[in-house]
Design a protein around this ligand. Structure first.
Ligand code: AP5
Length: 206
């Protein structure tokens, strides 16, 4: 039997290395979409994982999740993907856009780990995987400035450059399963709104 390739609403997965500015760009996009009367729902994959991890007493904050045993992260990942779609199905119709703030690759204590493996994609069925990028130096500077998060083991500009290269490859690998487009969007210094405008333009063409 032919498998379902899409949800009724459009699904856009937004990836990028920690601190590149995914959440900032998506905040701008939500405002711009509202001005154009577009129905968007923006969710953070890590927040869905965190809800369960906190309830089970596994972590005290979100940056600890990628240090959990991989089998546990796998469980949290599967549950998050399922819940994200269940929640969106209740609020979005055919004209809606679900944007999921997440990672194509997670740097764990046991190696690089795919944020969008097949079992996650089977739930999300993405129309697009967007990769938010900036220069490694800008990313390192943003990570250092943002005191609300612990990203010290990413490894500065050199680490960000390596992770960005691997994460882009992981995004393309994930795109194969559900014939998703891959859109690389630059989030230049002081230009987060411009990045949001560019991303919004791309998703309205899906
Ligand atoms: P997540 O919640 O995604 O956290 P993160 O990776 O640490 O990064 P953020 O999302 O907080 O950074 P951001 O890129 O959104 O940057 P921000 O906008 O804040 O993930 C948490 C954890 O969940 C992961 O570590 C993992 O364990 C788990 N997880 C998530 N998805 C998973 C999956 N699929 N599978 C398994 N595990 C998963 O911006 C940073 C700073 O830069 C801010 O200060 C901002 O003001 C500034 N800034 C942004 N844009 C600009 C600009 N253009 N110019 C100047 N400054 C800017």
């Amino acid at each position: 039997m032919e498998r379902e390739m899409r949800h009724p609403f459009k699904v856009v997965i937004v990836t990028g290395v920690p601190g590149v500015g995914k959440t900032t760009v998506l905040n701008h996009l939500e405002k711009l979409a509202g001005e154009r009367g577009l129905k968007v729902r923006i969710v953070n994959f890590g927040t869905y994982m965190l809800e369960t991890a906190l309830r089970e007493g596994l972590v005290s904050h979100r940056d600890e999740m990628r240090k959990l045993p991989l089998r546990k992260q796998l469980e949290l990942q599967a549950l998050a993907a399922r819940r994200i779609i269940e929640d969106a199905a209740g609020s979005l119709g055919e004209d809606g856009f679900l944007l999921i703030d997440t990672h194509a690759l997670v740097k764990t204590v046991a190696g690089y780990w795919p944020g969008l493996p097949k079992h996650v994609l089977d739930e999300l069925k993405p129309d697009m995987i967007a990769v938010i990028e900036a220069s490694p130096e800008e990313i390192a500077a943003r990570q250092a400035r943002d005191k609300s998060r612990v990203r010290s083991d990413i490894g500065g500009a050199e680490g960000a450059a390596r992770l960005m290269e691997y994460a882009r490859a992981a995004a393309f690998a994930s795109a194969v399963h559900y014939a998703s487009t891959v859109a690389v969007v630059e989030n230049r210094e002081g230009k987060a709104e411009e990045a949001a405008r560019n991303l919004l333009e791309l998703i309205t063409r899906l």
